[in-house]
Write a protein that binds this ligand. Structure first.
Ligand code: APR
Length: 235
């Protein structure tokens, strides 16, 4: 399997990577749907409902409490998967990383072309004056983070019921449509529209690297069940 993956990478000139929370698990981050994932925790509200626009509106203080506790990983560092992808981009083989993660670890590892489908926790904006605030401004605040102007500072993260950025979707679709190899990793492929972007791939090598099986395994030419950092570090 690893030999086949290495061969595919060697013979491909236009690789695109599509990843999810599992890509950051070897950096110490939790994913959402694994047995020990964020959505499996018992919290005073069903965790998946907290990350929605209506919850943000109705229980703003609880939203930030949950967000700081469970969605922020201030000490996370890029792992072998992030570094290998940045290396493949530098060599000209990999054209884009498309991620559902908001942790900025791909850019920290050196990746330049990164489509953040669900936004980024590193960008936070005042809902009143639009002023930018960094990760620490929100992470180190208590209660509801407020801008100097009095407005609420909201993370630039796409919550349920909110739409994705059209330009980012367009860029991701174009990258996938032009790729000759698509590596999908660390995602349960259960959240749309993100998971639906895979259908735009028309190239030769469609690969899935995931710890657990997904409902879409049989759509892939090569499926490797394992840790993506470990696996890519051997490429
Ligand atoms: N290597 C490879 N795969 C891994 C690893 C790892 N080290 N660790 C976990 N995984 C796999 C798990 O088996 C799981 O199938 O990563 C997958 C993560 O799936 P989810 O937890 O569902 O995360 P994701 O697919 O990114 O969720 C998509 O759901 O709630 C929304 O906005 C949230 O962006 C998130 C979206």
């Amino acid at each position: 399997m690893l030999k086949k993956l290495a061969e595919m990478i060697k013979t491909s000139e236009n690789i695109v990577f599509f990843g999810g929370a599992g890509v950051s698990c070897e950096s110490g981050c939790k994913d959402f749907r694994s047995a020990d994932g964020i959505y499996k925790m018992n919290y005073k509200y069903p965790p998946e409902s907290v990350l929605s626009h209506s919850f943000f509106e109705m229980h703003t203080e609880d939203f930030y409490d949950f967000y700081r506790k469970y969605l922020c990983f201030p000490d996370a560092k890029p792992n072998a998967a992030h570094y290998k992808l940045a290396e493949l981009e530098k060599s000209g083989k990999l054209k884009a990383v498309i991620t559902q993660n908001v942790d900025g670890l791909h850019q920290l590892a050196g990746s330049k072309c990164v489509y953040e489908l669900h936004g980024s926790a590193l960008r936070n904006y005042c809902m009143k004056c639009g002023k930018f605030h960094d990760f620490d401004f929100v992470y180190k605040s208590s209660g509801i983070p407020k801008c100097e102007c009095g407005g609420i500072v909201k993370p630039d993260v796409v919550l349920y019921e909110e739409s994705l950025n059209n330009d980012i979707i367009e860029g991701a679709v174009n990258a996938i449509a032009n790729a000759d190899m698509l590596i999908v990793a660390g995602t349960s492929l259960t959240v749309y529209p993100a998971a639906g972007l895979i259908r735009y791939f028309k190239g030769k090598n469609l690969v899935l690297i995931n710890k657990d099986a997904t409902a879409m395994d049989e759509k892939f030419g090569l499926v490797i069940h394992g840790k993506v950092g470990e696996i890519l570090s051997k490429m």
